[in-house]
Structures are given as C-alpha cells and as structure tokens.
Design a protein around this ligand. Structure first.
Ligand code: CO
Ligand code: CO
Length: 372
C-alpha cells in the first residue's frame, strides 16, 4: 500500500505543477483515502488534507481522530483541534501559514468540498485562490491498477451471484420493493459492503421505461419486462450492472427491443479499446439503436466511468473526445424506453486493456424469460 501511495503522490505533484496549482485540498470523499489510505467520516467536524507541491502533507482534524495519522508511511504534519468550534479556524490558519500557502493557488473538488471547509480555508488564507482541480484528480483515479481492478472484479462477482440468488424469488404478484429487499440481502450475504453504490433499481412493466425508477409496491404481472440495475461495494470500489428479464411471454416488440439493445451493447464493447475516443463508443451503441428506428427512445449517454464513485470520468458521451487508455473502467449501458409501456437496459462493467476491452461482467445478456 505504501509504495502505491508514494507513486500516487509523485504523480499528483507532477499534475499540480502541470496545472499551475500550489496545492490540493481534500475533505472526506473518494479521493482522500485514494491518496492517503486514511478513512474519515464526513461530519460536522471538518477534516481537510492539504497536499502542497512540495513538503509534508498537512492534516487538519479533530483531536479524537489524531491517532489515525500517527506513523504514516509518508511525511505529514497534523493540526488537531479540540471540541470548541471557535478554535477550529486556528488549526486551518496554522496549517496554511506553515506551508507558505497564504496566497497560493489551491485546487479543490467542487463536487465534494463543502461550504463548511471552504469557509475555513478562505478565512485562513484570504489571498489564496481556490480553483476546481477535478481534472487532476480524475487524471489519477481514471487509471486503475491491478489491485483496483481486482476489487472491482470482486464487486462484479458478488453482485452477479447475488442476482442469481434473487431470481428464484421473482414471479407475478411479487412487488418491486420485495425484490429489491431480497437483492439487498443477497448482496450483503455474498460479501458486499453495506455502502452500496446506490439503492437497487427494480422496475417492472411501465416502470421499466423509466431509467432511474425507484422500487414501488406494484406487483409484477405476466408479460412485464423487469429491469434490475444495482451494484456491490468491495473496499470502496463499485460494480454497476443492469439486466432485463421477461415474466413469461412478452409482446413481440419487447423481444425486438431487447435484441436491439443487446446488439448495441455488443457494438459498444467491440468499439471500445485503447486509443479510441469515448465518443466513438457512444456512437457505436447509438447507431445500432438509431438504425433500428428507436433512436429517440435511447435517452441517455452510453455509460460512465466506474471505480470509487459510481459516476466518474470517463463519461461515455457523444461529445467526449477523451481517448480511452488501458486501465480505464466504465459502464456500457444502452437502453430503449417505450414510455408508458416497457423498457430494456443491458449494462456491463468493462476495463480497457492493451489490445481492447474486457468485460468484468459475464451474466447472460439476452432477455431471460423467468418461469411463472
Ligand atoms: Co446502473
Ligand atoms: Co450505470
């Protein structure tokens, strides 16, 4: 772990220099453990770790958390504060003054840093400039190493086994909510952390035509399509999988759209590889669906990066010229949604390899007809 962290720090410092940043300030979120190996809860007591371009890390934290930062495998100075909130600002001022960052250009993650931490940082260094640095953190986290891919594979394996274990409970009369409850139990039983990437989507019949449906008390009926979109968490790394099922015989058009979405999924996986822009992967899926006449019913991007966050870079969108490279992990999840009727989505988790794209997911992708 410590060699991994040292390597990440080196890469981060190079990125800070390239982006003309003097430091990066992080609060508890996915990037902080990625760069420090430290885990903190996001709470009313601020924790901020500052990475200057050179020199030790600066860690502002409540006194009760101080034992966590003893004997770290890298240089760090901690600035613990006591319970009285009126003293917290002093810890921030001491950290920024010691590191010569009082009028620095400091990168932050706008999607994670709260007004709470930003106010303390700004008060401690009124002449400093706080700028979005997500392109730097994404440039690190987008490239998964062997251990990270192994964790994601495990999150996929657990999720797949959990879904297989849930299928026998699915039949007409059972509600979406009951299936979601069973799937949740099976995810935990099979070894997922309880911090799921999101609450499972279990949507049958007309609800399946809503890509981000929440499970309802609607009982499943014969002839429904059933979309299940869910994931597991292993060591903070997520899986995100969707499969579509049929409850007995379904309308011919539903079988038809399931076949088209399968072809779109296959086309996108075949198109993905090193050197290919993300936009091309989106295009590959979209063309199949458009050619079949269902373009207007595919209402979202083809996929998104996956890792410590369930949505991260690279986004698989028609306007994203980001070139895919080995180690990048993302979803491929085309869908067709016939509003008010039924919908289909097939979502795989893939990794870019030296010569192509490997799917971590291997559950059957064709429309599975569940026995009634
Ligand atoms: Co999903
Ligand atoms: Co997804």
């Amino acid at each position: 772990m410590s060699t991994t962290l040292v390597h990440r720090h080196k890469k981060l410092r190079r990125l800070l220099q390239e982006q003309n940043l003097d430091a990066l300030a992080l609060n508890p979120g996915p990037t902080l453990p990625y760069l420090t190996g430290l885990h903190f809860h996001l709470s009313e007591r601020p924790v901020v770790v500052i990475f200057p371009r050179q020199g030790p890390l600066l860690i502002v934290l409540p006194e009760l958390e101080a034992p966590k930062v003893e004997n770290l495998p890298y240089e760090a100075i901690s600035f613990p504060y006591e319970e009285d909130p009126t003293t917290w600002g002093n810890a921030f001022t001491a950290a920024l003054a010691l590191s010569g960052l009082l009028s620095a250009r400091i990168g932050v993650e706008p999607r994670w840093l709260r007004v709470l931490e930003l106010r303390y940082l700004e008060a401690a260094a009124p002449n400093a400039e706080f700028v979005p640095a997500e392109s730097a953190t994404a440039a690190l986290r987008m490239f998964k190493d062997r251990d990270e891919i192994a964790a994601m594979q495990k999150a996929v394996d657990i999720a797949q086994a959990a879904l297989e274990a849930t299928l026998p409970a699915i039949r007409p009369g059972v509600t979406e909510r009951e299936i979601a409850a069973e799937l949740t139990t099976q995810l935990l039983r099979h070894g997922s952390s309880g911090a799921f990437p999101f609450h499972p989507i279990v949507s049958g019949g007309p609800n399946s035509a809503n890509p981000h449906a929440t499970p309802t008390d609607r009982p499943l009926q014969e002839g429904d399509l059933l979309v299940i979109d869910y994931g597991a968490n292993v060591d903070g790394y997520f899986s995100d999988i969707t499969r579509t099922f049929a409850l007995g015989e379904v309308e011919a058009e539903y079988q038809h759209i399931a076949e088209i979405v399968l072809q779109a999924n296959q086309a996108a996986r075949a198109a993905a590889g090193p050197g290919v822009p993300a936009a091309e992967v989106d295009k590959a899926a979209r063309q199949v669906i458009e050619k079949a006449g269902y373009g207007e019913y595919f209402t979202h991007r083809t996929g998104h990066g996956l890792g410590l966050e369930v949505h991260e870079e690279p986004y698989i969108r028609g306007d994203n010229q980001q070139v895919l490279q080995p180690g990048m992990t993302f979803t491929i999840e085309p869908g067709i949604y016939l509003r008010g009727r039924n919908g289909v989505r097939i979502e795989d988790d893939v990794v870019i390899t030296a010569d192509g794209c490997r799917s971590l997911t291997d559950l059957p992708r064709e429309l599975r007809i569940l026995p009634l």
